[in-house]
Write a new protein. Structure first.
Length: 211
C-alpha cells in the first residue's frame, strides 16, 4: 500500500510517467531552439498555465512526497520541485535538471524542507514517481510515516526522511484529513456525511493553527 494514498484513492503514482512524457512532447514540439528542448521547468512552473495544469493533473493534485492534496491545502501552497536540485544542473543520465523527468509536484512544506538535499545517490530508490519509495516509507496503523527496518541504516534515506519532516506529527493529522475528505466524497448517507464534514472542518482548522 502506498503511504501517500488513503484506501479510498484509486490513483497510482507509478502510472504518471505517460502523462509526463506527453507534457514533455507537447513542450518540445513547440520549441524551435534545439538548446531549449528538454528544458521544461520554465514552461511548467507558470501557475495556471496549460502545462502547469497538465502537470498537476498528472499527479492527481497530490504532493508526491506526502500525498496531501489541493483539496486540503490551497493550490497556491504547492510548488514544482527539482528532485535532483538545481545546483547540480544535470542528472547522471546527462539530461537537464529542468527536464520534466526530474520535476515533481510537491506541497510547499515538503519542497522547502527538502531544499538542496543531495538525492543523486538515491535517485532510483526515492524518486517519487518510482514504486520503490513505497517499499521504503510506510504508513503505520497510527497514521504516521516510518522507514522500513531494512533501510534504517541508510543515512541518505533517513536523512531525506528527517529533512522532509516525514516523521512529524502533522503528517498524521494530514493523513486523517485526507481520509475524511475522501470519505465525505463517497458517503451518501446525509447524517454521516454531515458528521464527517464537521470533523474534517474542525481538524483542518486545528491543522492550520499549528502550521
Ligand atoms: Zn508534501
Amino acid at each position: 500500500m502506498d503511504y501517500r494514498l488513503t484506501q479510498y484513492d484509486s490513483f497510482n503514482f507509478s502510472t504518471l510517467q505517460n502523462s509526463k512524457t506527453n507534457i514533455s512532447n507537447l513542450i518540445d514540439t513547440r520549441v524551435r531552439n534545439k538548446i531549449k528542448k528538454g528544458e521544461h521547468y520554465e514552461k511548467i512552473c507558470i501557475k495556471n498555465g496549460s502545462y502547469y495544469t497538465l502537470f498537476v493533473n498528472a499527479y492527481d493534485s497530490k504532493c508526491a512526497y506526502c500525498g496531501i492534496t489541493t483539496d486540503i491545502i490551497s493550490t497556491g501552497l504547492f510548488e514544482i520541485d527539482h528532485f535532483i536540485n538545481k545546483t547540480q544542473k544535470f542528472l547522471s543520465s546527462g539530461i537537464s535538471v529542468n527536464n520534466v523527468e526530474n520535476l515533481v509536484f510537491s506541497c510547499r512544506n515538503c519542497n522547502q524542507a527538502k531544499h538542496d538535499y543531495n538525492t543523486s545517490e538515491i535517485y532510483e530508490l526515492l524518486h517519487p514517481d518510482n514504486d520503490s519509495i513505497t517499499n521504503i516509507f510506510v504508513r503505520s496503523d497510527t497514521y504516521g510515516i516510518y522507514v522500513r527496518e531494512e533501510y534504517r541504516d541508510n543515512t541518505l534515506i533517513t536523512g531525506f526522511y528527517k529533512k522532509l519532516h516525514l516523521d512529524s506529527s502533522f503528517r498524521k493529522l494530514d493523513y486523517l484529513l485526507m481520509n475524511l475528505k475522501a470519505m465525505s466524497k463517497i458517503d451518501t448517507k446525509r447524517e454521516l456525511n454531515h458528521l464527517i464534514l464537521r470533523l474534517y472542518t474542525d481538524l483542518l482548522e486545528m491543522r492550520n493553527r499549528y502550521i
